[in-house]
Design a protein around this ligand. Structure first.
Ligand code: DLL
Length: 441
C-alpha cells in the first residue's frame, strides 16, 4: 500500500496547515482578483481577519454564474505569462466555464491524482488504460499526469473507438482502467457482444467517476470486469479529478485531498453550514492553487462528510458518494429523488439491462415524468412473441411498484427493447428534458 505522509497526520496538524494556507489564499485573492476584493470590501473584511478555519464563513460563496460573468480569464490571479494550461467545462447552456493552471498547479494536480490512483490500487511499473476523454474536459489529462507521476505506464486512449480500446486492453495488459462508469459498462458489454469475457482480462482495479453512479452499478462493473471499482470525484472549477478518492481497502466514502481543498457542506436553500454527517451541497475552497484560486465554490453536488480514521490508515476527511447534482434532483409530486437512487434499485431487476433514462414531458400545465428502462437480450429472446406484451406490462408494473416502495415516487414506466437506450460515450445522459417540445399524442 502506498500511503502519502500527509494523508495520515493528526487533525491538529492538518488544521494548522489548512489555516496557514487559507490565510495565504485570502491575501492572494484580495490582492490579485478584483471580484474577491470587492466582496471583501463590501463586508469590510481584510485577509488578516481570517484567524481560524471557521472564519471562512465570513467569505463570500462563489457560483458558476460568477465564473460565467468573468468569462474567460477574469478570475485568474496570475499574469498570462505564468499560465501554462486552460481547461473548460461545457455547461448545458451558454459559455463554458474556463479554468487555468500554472506549472506549479499542474505539478500539484499530478501529485493528488497520483495519490488517488495509488489509493485505488495502482502501482508503479504497471499499465494504466485511460479511457477518459482528452481535451478541454479535465478527465483525460488529469488522470494522465497523475498516472505518469506515480510511475505507471500510461496508455492515453481517450474515449471512443471501442474496438481499439479492446485490442489495447488485450495486448497491453493493464491492471488499472479509468473512465466514466457508464462508458466502461458500454465497453464491457461490447466485449460480451463479441463473445469475449471481460472478467478474464488483466484488469484488477477501476477508477470511475465524473458522473453519479450507484453501488449496484459498482457491483455490475466489478462482476463484469473482475475488478475492484473505486469512485473518483472532482470538478474543473476546483481542479479536476482527484479532489477526492475512494480507497480500495474500505470502498466506503472518498478521501478528500484536504491539504489542498477545504470542504464545507451547506444547505442549498438557506446556505447555512450543515453539521458533519448531514447531506447537503459540497462547497470547496482551494488552498494551494495559483492561477485560479477559488473561494467557497458551490459545487451543486449533494453529499455529506465524515471525519475519523479509515481502515486503510488514512485520517483525511471523507465525503459520501455524490447522490447527484442539485439541478438533477427530480421533484415528483413533492418527493425528491436523484436518478442514481433509482439506478440502485433498477439494477437489481434481473429482466432489465443496466441502462435507463428519465424523460421529462409536459402535458398541458402538468409535468410528466417517464422512466425508460430496457429489457435484457436474454429476456427478449426467452419470452415468446404472443405473451411479450403481457410480460412487458407485468414488468412495467413491477418497476412502478419498486420506485414507489423504495424511492417513494409514482411515475410512468416505459419498457424498451434491448439496445434502444443510447449508450454512453462519456458522461451518461440520465435526464432528457422534453418539456419545451410539443407532446405527440
Ligand atoms: O467530471 C472531473 C472528473 C474527471 C472527475 C474524471 C472524475 C473523473 P467536470 O466536467 O467539471 O469535471 O464535472 C464536474 O461532475 O460537479 C459532479 O456533478 C460530477 N462528478 C464528478 N465526479 C463525480 C463522482 C469532472 N465521482 C461534475 N460522482 C461534478 C458523482 C461526479 N458525480
Amino acid at each position: 500500500m502506498i500511503l502519502h505522509e500527509i494523508e495520515t497526520v493528526s487533525r491538529t496538524q492538518m488544521e494548522r496547515l489548512q489555516l496557514e494556507r487559507l490565510q495565504r489564499v485570502a491575501h492572494v485573492v484580495y490582492n490579485h482578483v478584483p471580484f474577491y476584493r470587492e466582496h471583501f470590501d463590501k463586508r469590510q473584511l481584510k485577509p488578516e481577519d481570517i484567524k481560524s478555519l471557521s472564519d471562512i464563513k465570513m467569505l463570500p460563496l462563489t457560483t458558476k454564474k460568477d465564473l460565467r460573468d468573468h468569462y474567460p480569464f477574469g478570475l485568474f490571479a496570475v499574469k498570462r505569462e505564468e499560465m501554462v494550461r486552460v481547461h473548460a467545462s461545457s455547461g448545458t447552456s451558454g459559455k463554458p466555464t474556463v479554468v487555468g493552471y500554472t506549472q506549479n498547479d499542474i505539478h500539484m494536480w499530478g501529485d493528488i491524482v497520483a495519490r488517488s490512483i495509488a489509493m485505488a490500487g495502482g502501482r508503479p511499473g504497471e499499465v494504466l488504460h485511460n479511457a477518459y476523454g482528452y481535451g478541454l474536459f479535465t478527465g483525460g489529462l488529469g488522470l494522465h499526469y497523475g498516472s505518469e507521476k506515480l510511475g505507471m505506464i500510461t496508455v492515453p486512449v481517450s474515449g471512443g473507438n471501442m474496438s481499439r480500446q479492446i485490442t489495447l486492453i488485450e495486448d497491453f495488459k493493464p491492471t488499472v482502467i479509468c473512465g466514466t462508469p457508464s462508458y466502461i459498462l458500454n465497453l464491457a458489454e461490447t466485449m460480451e457482444a463479441e463473445g469475449k469475457d471481460p472478467s478474464i482480462l488483466s484488469l484488477q482495479y477501476g477508477i470511475f467517476g465524473a458522473e453519479p453512479w450507484s453501488n449496484s452499478m459498482r457491483v455490475t462493473l466489478e462482476e463484469k470486469l473482475g475488478i475492484k471499482a473505486c469512485d473518483i470525484y472532482g470538478l474543473s472549477e476546483v481542479i479536476g479529478p482527484g479532489v477526492a478518492m475512494e480507497c480500495h481497502e474500505a470502498q466506503e466514502g472518498l478521501h478528500i485531498a484536504e491539504d489542498h481543498f477545504l470542504v464545507e457542506v451547506i444547505h442549498p436553500d438557506t446556505l447555512e453550514p450543515l453539521p458533519e454527517g448531514e447531506v447537503g451541497e459540497l462547497v470547496f475552497t482551494s488552498l494551494t492553487k495559483e492561477a485560479f484560486p477559488i473561494i467557497r465554490y458551490r459545487t451543486g453536488d449533494i453529499a455529506s462528510i465524515q471525519h475519523g480514521k479509515c481502515s486503510c490508515g488514512r485520517t483525511t476527511v471523507k465525503m459520501s458518494r455524490v447522490k447527484g447534482r442539485v439541478d438533477d434532483m427530480l421533484i415528483i409530486r413533492g418527493v425528491n429523488v436523484f436518478p442514481s437512487e433509482m439506478e440502485h434499485f433498477l439494477l437489481q431487476v434481473g429482466e432489465l439491462a443496466p441502462h435507463y433514462q428519465v424523460h421529462l414531458k409536459k402535458k398541458g400545465a402538468l409535468d410528466l415524468v417517464e422512466l425508460q428502462v430496457e429489457i435484457t437480450d436474454e429476456f427478449y429472446r426467452k419470452v415468446s412473441k404472443d405473451i411479450q406484451h403481457e410480460k412487458i406490462n407485468e414488468l412495467e408494473a413491477k418497476v412502478k411498484g419498486l420506485m414507489k416502495d423504495h424511492c417513494y415516487v409514482s411515475m410512468d414506466i416505459k419498457v424498451r427493447p434491448p439496445k434502444e437506450i443510447p449508450r454512453s460515450e462519456g458522461k451518461a445522459i440520465r435526464i432528457v428534458d422534453l418539456r419545451e417540445e410539443p407532446m405527440l399524442q
